[in-house]
Design a protein around this ligand. Sequence first.
Ligand code: NAD
Length: 263
Amino acid sequence: MDLGLKDKVVIVTGAASGIGKAITEAYAAEGAKLALADINLTGLTKLQKALKGTEVYVEQVDITDAKACKKFVNNVAKKFGKIDILVNNAGTAKMGDMETFPEATFRAHAELMMYAPVRLTNLCIPHFKKNGWGSVVNTASVFGKQPGGLISYDSIKAADIMITKDYSNYCAPFNVNVNAVCPGPVDTPLWHAKGQLGDQLAGATGMAKADAIDWFAKANIPMGRYAKPEEIASAVLFLSSEPAHYITGVAINVDGGMVKSFI
Ligand code: NAD
């Protein structure tokens, strides 16, 4: 199938690592032009170098900063002359006790995973309208569909699914589809990096980190393993492709069967 992604201009947030990096590599393989935002400039530059032969613009952007987002989107439009696809992917997660979860952390997570995607979508809409075509894919989570016990993360990812639905209705008249992917646990630094979910799970269960990570998959995922980042990227590319443009307002699970509901 020709995905029709050649020469499309694609913004990916959180592109320096994990799922965002895999999404970027997959678009590059389809001949798209990439505009990458992340707080991790070293990671972005390394990725840019690895993607020789692909037009890649990188900018260190903290997407919780409204001014920085505006500057970034303007720079992308100036550099490429258009914007076709926005992938709102940057995110983080933190386990914590329900009763004492710090309000400041909750607010910071909402800034990163809820307000930033809304802000970036709004900044891109005028460019989509000018094109007469556009596509947005939001990285939500299975924990937006069923509880994972991470109070900030679960609730914000659920909000992302509703934001996706609302924008899909709003954007349809000007030929823009808006969808979400809902990954189950994915083998990325979000689990393995120091202080991240693997360490947090080890602390909560008393297991060694590697055992805790392995146990979680076996206990919760029917397929018994974490997703590879590329498996999430495939769904993102399809949803933003020409052949899938009539699909809008959906939140597709890519989860090895983890979500228990059938809708
Ligand atoms: P990751 O930690 O590997 O990558 C996240 C990226 O976001 C990093 O490069 C980081 O620097 C960037 N980032 C963080 N804060 C930022 C900010 N303020 N501005 C710009 N960039 C920022 O994590 P990942 O696993 O690749 O997760 C990517 C997305 O997928 C997240 O939204 C996450 O919630 C979602 N997700 C992940 C999993 C999983 O198990 N890994 C499962 C479901 C959903």
